[in-house]
Design a protein around this ligand. Structure first.
Ligand code: 5GP
Length: 197
């Protein structure tokens, strides 16, 4: 697998990864973002098969035992996982595949799937992150505090990432993310294919 095939974007909940990834997909040709499976319930604006595949814990476990996941993690008491089949298919078809997953999953993919590029998206400050989480309104105050504690833990892993993008301004941060992805060698120019650019 070439370095530009699999791009993992992670970072604290509320840092704005989703918005940046949507911008990236709109601007980078032949890019595709994997739809994860989760056992958490959908938020009001989320759609099955678009935002997530919403599974029961039993169905999640069954698919895990069947080896259908590239990686899985437990975040805030719920299971999340990347489905292996669609990811491998898109990579074969020459797409730049984006995974928006948590750092536990990012490290598993790096270990198991060979070459990948890890990008960490963070909010400019702790206060800013707290404000964004509160504004989103989908979490109770206790859940916001849990996410803040998770964010603090996740920030300690930032040294394992290839790039860090600070989401201080959506347009600027999206531009930076696009530049990072476009700077990665595309499949046909990968030197291992014998045709360096
Ligand atoms: P949320 O419930 O807010 O949508 O996501 C919670 C956390 O789970 C986020 O950090 C998100 O990136 C992560 N996540 C979403 N899908 C996956 C996945 O398939 N695998 C892993 N490891 N994390 C995921």
């Amino acid at each position: 697998m070439a370095k530009g095939d699999l791009i993992i974007i992670s970072g604290p909940s509320g840092a704005g990864k989703g918005t940046l990834v949507r911008g990236l997909l709109a601007r980078v040709p032949r890019s595709w973002c994997s739809v994860s499976a989760t056992t958490r319930p959908p938020r009001p604006d989320e759609r099955e098969g678009v935002d997530y595949y919403f599974l029961t814990p039993e169905e999640f476990e069954r698919r895990e035992r069947a080896g259908e996941f590239l990686e899985t993690a437990e975040v805030h008491g719920r299971r999340y996982g990347t489905l292996r089949g669609p990811v491998e298919e898109r990579i074969r078809d020459g797409f730049r595949v984006i995974l928006e997953i948590d750092p536990q999953g990012a490290m598993q993919v790096r270990r198991n799937a060979g070459e990948s590029t890890l990008v960490f998206v963070r909010a400019p400050s702790e206060e800013d992150l707290r404000r964004r989480l509160a504004k989103r309104g989908s979490e109770t105050p206790e859940q916001v505090e849990t996410r803040m504690r998770t964010a603090e833990r996740e920030l300690q892993l930032v040294g394992d990432y290839d790039f860090v993008v600070i989401n201080d301004d959506v347009r600027r941060a999206t531009d930076e993310l696009v530049r990072i992805v476009e700077s990665l060698p595309p499949k046909e120019q990968d030197p291992s294919n014998g045709h360096p650019a």
